[in-house]
Design a protein around this ligand. Structure first.
Ligand code: 6PG
Ligand code: NI
Length: 190
């Protein structure tokens, strides 16, 4: 009989960790170039290098049809008027979609289609799903005052392409205004 990987895993919601998970931590310094207001970024970094988000993920197999999954936690905060965010990426296998399950906190998923440029800001609120279609750059932002926690599930062959985003950046950003979170074009793109 084929040996099966361990099929049951517990996760800790408050710590956002999964049993046997690989942990990736991103601190403010890892997000250089992601925020529009570089002066505010430099000033914040001079005061400290806090954890902005972490992802604890499992990769049980890498065969055709396998799935990977992880639990993420994105802290609340801002650089200037721009909310804390994840680096964001396209999947290396562009066709790979992803399902996010929002567990706690308040935020949004910034989606930009690589070819058409179509943009959507999809709410991330607890007890909701967000479907991320293939060919779409995705970045999570925390627009609330508590950590935003979510689970992501994606094909094992999805892969992460950070290079394209690092070169071109997202065309939009999510900022705090007196009317609440707003989607704006980045200055470099307007
Ligand atoms: C994935 C998911 C998700 C994502 C985290 C951190 O494909 O693995 O989209 O787990 O990795 O939200 O975001 P970054 O990978 O963009 O840093
Ligand atoms: Ni992804």
């Amino acid at each position: 009989m084929k040996h099966l990987p361990e099929l049951h895993s517990q996760f800790d919601l408050s710590e956002a960790r999964i049993d046997r998970g690989q942990l990736v931590e991103r601190r403010l310094s890892d997000l250089a170039g992601c925020f529009e207001d570089e002066d505010s970024f430099a000033k914040s970094l001079a005061k400290g290098n806090p954890l902005i988000y972490q992802v604890s993920s499992q990769e049980p197999g890498n065969g055709l049809g396998d799935m990977h999954f992880g639990i993420g936690m994105l802290m609340p905060g801002r650089i200037g008027d721009e909310y804390y965010l994840t680096k964001g990426h396209l999947h290396e296998s562009r066709e790979a979609a992803e399902v996010y399950i929002c567990l706690s906190g308040t935020g949004a998923m910034l989606l930009e289609h690589e070819q058409t440029g179509d943009v959507q800001l999809v709410p991330m609120t607890s007890h909701s799903f967000v479907y991320v279609p293939g060919y779409t750059a995705h970045r999570t932002v925390n627009t609330g005052i508590e950590p935003l926690r979510y689970i992501g599930v994606y094909p094992a062959n999805a892969g992460h392409d950070y290079q394209t985003i690092a070169k071109r950046g997202f065309r939009h950003r999510v900022v705090a205004t007196t009317d609440g979170p707003q989607l704006l074009l980045r200055e470099s793109h307007s």
